[in-house]
Write a protein that binds this ligand. Structure first.
Ligand SMILES: Nc1ncnc2c1ncn2[C@@H]1O[C@H](COP(=O)(O)OP(=O)(O)OP(=O)(O)O)[C@@H](O)[C@H]1O
Length: 754
């Protein structure tokens, strides 16, 4: 078969794939089973399990800009006197590398330090002798992606897709558009080429695999449902040829790709393998558009035991695929909380914030089972119905881990696959140890994402769960009384999100690498393309009265070719009677923080309180644009918090704009980076700026015309600057006189000739 020929040979297959009882056990009962024997099948798994985007694209040593949260009071104290600066205003926290520096709020952020964030540890100030940096127990870090350092050698390069440390065979999922798609799409791509890199190790002697032979009168898609059974000690693979054929058939039958599906992945078959039950093969057709995503036979009522591990009641009906087995299971039917079963319902979506925020009987452990149910669970032969190393469970639905794709200051983000074969990003935030106001803020991200549901340039929230239901309840109720103290129990917040292929920070880094190779020519069209999308995304949230407050390249993700905004962790809603947001702490990522974000809640010369609002986001956009143009953020050379603070809050500081081929670009940056927030352009204006909407050629004065006309045209951009307006009108008079003189001369010449 051509497909076989294209497949790379399994590397060290004997050591990496430990068949349970040798290939002989992988028998087929189908008459034509030889076309996809298990080893071949496993090679497909190898081929496909290689993620369709290199992990290092988003999980690399590439340093990320980091968010800073500095308590206003701490800052004021620190700035009030030099002695107070010498004291350590960051004594409680401080995160290296940038993730989030929270002076008073996140004592455990340091634990979020990532190996891949080789942020600079600052111990002495740069360029500012008047300010002594705080003696930071951790670090105050400056961020690094402003310099757009190219990717370092990424750990992600070598990191296996599935965490092998934790399980001999953790998990492996794929779906096939069809065997041809597999061969054509995946194998032609580099990222799938090294299929043998995906190591799959079966646990010996635990289960066998049995694909159900479909009957002819079944729907071809249904016939693809593989059946997995756990028993005995061998892997049995049946009906593979039939399976392959069915896949092909179904592919030919107007299969519609669900829109949320990863563009590179195929569609119609998922294979799931799990460690505890040995390899489990589950081949389910991806849903046709409009169909329920999860196969019916996998439904089972679910209960939650006190350890938070989800157990399944025995599945019912002949079509049950996962009877008493680990692996993907449908947990949509019911969630047993505090001794009662709460019906969540299969069609609940992320909009139903209220539905999750149910007051728990016992807030500190609201997942406890009632005694009767709990004892029943204990008697069950298999305590765990899924391996938490392999799966995440969100709202009773299992998502199989495919690898970590990023980690922020407060979260880790994993690539996952759902039971309906869709790839998602799953953001998990550990709440334990956080103070309540911080945790409250995290939950607000869910609120904002719900509010922004359906907006095309905002990342879509598919589902979520906050295990601390009381906390969520408070957010839903808009509770203003935030408890003191910290969350003590093992609580998490999960968000299942649309999956993005790469973030802008990495794209920029790649772009600059390419530009370095090709002699540094700024690609204006590329710039326009993404700049416009960024503006539109931010416009969307501004129209919804949300200020993001942490705009930076890492928070724009490319999803199916379009930029989408992520990370509303510190976003704030603008109250209806104002244009500003309320902050009790400075937040943001230093290199992108506006002057007013640094000085938030302080008083200006007129005694007015300095507030943040939409213009703060415009400043951040200006910093991103500057970075796209020059390869670094405007204040990148100031390395410490204090030196940055000093220059950014200095209204007389002149940002350096090196000349670029298109002067409109400099003008555009100036519009965004005006120190006075009232002078900054708003997004609707920016969307009409001549850099994005160049004047049509006939409007342009001819180059053969008097140069002063061209100059006047350029000056039009500064129509709102009184000084420039005055000069322009003087110039206009001069040009008019020159024109008049020309006309007179030519008339004179004409008269003489005649
Ligand atoms: N939907 C997604 N698809 C793909 N990758 C994602 C997604 N969401 C987040 N990521 C990756 O994970 C990283 C961290 O996510 P996010 O910014 O939401 O976390 P965070 O903890 O709020 O980060 P920080 O505090 O540093 O801003 C992102 O920069 C991105 O690389």
């Amino acid at each position: 078969m051509e497909r076989k020929a294209n497949l790379p040979p399994p590397r060290g297959s004997s050591s990496q794939i430990r068949p349970i009882a040798g290939e002989a056990n992988l028998t087929s009962s189908s008459s034509s089973s030889s076309s996809l024997s298990p080893p071949d099948f496993l090679r497909h798994v190898h081929a496909v399990v290689k993620r369709h985007r290199p992990l290092d694209m988003m999980q690399s040593n590439f340093t990320r800009a980091s968010r800073v949260l500095v308590s206003q009071t701490e800052l004021s104290r620190s700035t009030a006197s030099s002695s107070s600066i010498n004291r350590n205003p960051f004594s409680k926290t401080v995160s290296q590398s940038g993730k989030v520096v929270r002076a008073t709020r996140l004592p455990n952020v340091a634990s979020d330090q990532r190996k891949n964030d080789a942020a600079e540890v600052v111990t002495t100030p740069h360029g500012d002798s008047s300010l002594t940096p705080p003696s930071i127990t951790g670090t105050i870090t400056t961020t690094h992606d402003e310099n757009m350092s190219p990717f370092g050698s990424s750990k992600g390069d070598s990191e296996p897709l599935v965490d092998e440390k934790k399980s001999s065979f953790s998990a492996c999922s794929f779906h096939l558009a069809s065997p041809h798609a597999l061969a054509d799409d995946h194998l032609k791509k580099d990222q799938f080429a090294s299929a043998s890199d995906a190591r799959i190790t079966f646990q010996k002697g635990e289960s066998f695999l049995n694909t159900q032979t479909a009957t002819n009168d079944q729907d071809p898609m249904q016939q693809l449902h593989g059946n997995m059974e756990v028993s005995g000690s061998s892997v049995k693979f049946e009906g593979s040829a039939l399976l392959e054929k069915r896949i092909e058939q179904s592919h030919n039958q107007h299969y519609v790709e669900p829109t949320t599906r990863s563009s590179v992945m195929g569609s119609s078959c998922v294979t799931t393998m799990s460690v505890h039950s040995g390899p489990t093969f589950q081949c389910t057709p991806a849903p046709l558009a409009g169909q329920t995503a999860f196969p019916q036979e996998m439904s089972s009522s679910t209960i939650e035991n006190s350890s938070g591990v989800l157990d399944n009641a025995p599945s019912e009906g002949p079509g049950s695929v996962m009877k008493e087995a680990d692996g993907l299971q449908n947990h949509q039917q019911g969630l047993h909380l505090g001794g009662s079963v709460k019906e969540i319902g299969p069609s609940r979506d992320a909009n139903h914030l209220q539905s999750q925020a149910l007051p728990a009987r016992n807030p500190s452990s609201n997942m406890d089972l009632g005694p009767s149910r709990s004892s029943k669970v204990e008697k069950a032969p298999h305590k765990k119905k899924y391996d938490p190393d392999v799966f995440f469970k969100v709202n009773g639905k299992l998502y199989q881990k495919l690898g970590k794709i990023g980690s922020g200051g407060s979260s880790e983000v994993h690539k996952v696959i759902s039971s309906d074969c869709t790839i998602y990003a799953l953001k998990r935030i550990k709440l334990k140890g956080r103070d309540y106001s911080t945790a409250y803020g995290f939950c607000q991200e869910i609120e904002y994402l719900n509010k922004l549901k359906g907006k095309k340039n905002i990342i879509q929230l598919i589902d979520f769960e906050v295990t601390d239901k009381t906390l969520l309840q408070e957010v839903v109720n808009g509770s203003t009384t935030i408890k003191d103290g910290r969350i003590k129990s093992d609580e998490y917040m999960y968000m299942v999100l649309e999956y993005g292929e790469i973030d802008l920070a990495h794209m920029l880094s790649q772009k600059w690498k390419d530009m370095n190779k090709s002699g540094w020519k700024l690609d204006e069209n590329w710039l326009r393309f993404y700049w416009q999308q960024m503006l539109e995304a931010v416009n969307t949230i501004h129209e919804e009265r949300i200020v993001h407050s942490d705009l930076k390249p890492a928070n724009f993700l490319l999803v199916r070719g379009s930029l989408k905004l992520i990370d509303f962790g510190i976003a704030k809603a603008i109250l209806s009677d104002t244009t500003n947001i309320q902050r009790d702490a400075q937040v943001g990522t230093l290199n992108y923080m506006s002057p007013e974000a640094f000085m938030c809640n302080e008083h200006d010369a007129n005694g007015n309180t300095i507030k943040c609002g939409r213009p703060s986001d415009i400043w951040s956009l200006g910093c991103i644009l500057y970075q796209m143009v020059y390869g670094k953020t405007p204040f990148a050379e100031y390395k410490t918090f204090w030196t940055k603070f000093k220059v950014i809050t200095d209204r007389n500081y002149e940002i350096v704009y090196k000349p670029v081929s298109n002067p409109w670009l400099v003008d555009l940056m100036r519009r965004c980076l005006a120190w006075d927030r009232n002078q900054r352009w708003r997004i609707p204006q920016l969307l009409q700026h001549p850099f994005l909407v160049p004047p049509v050629p006939q409007e342009l004065p001819s180059l053969h015309d008097h140069p002063s006309k061209l100059l006047m045209h350029r000056l039009e951009a500064y129509w709102d600057d009184p000084e420039v307006s005055r000069l322009r009108s003087e110039l206009h008079d001069v040009v008019a006189k020159i024109d008049e003189g020309r006309r007179d001369r030519s008339m004179h010449v004409e008269t003489n000739v005649s």
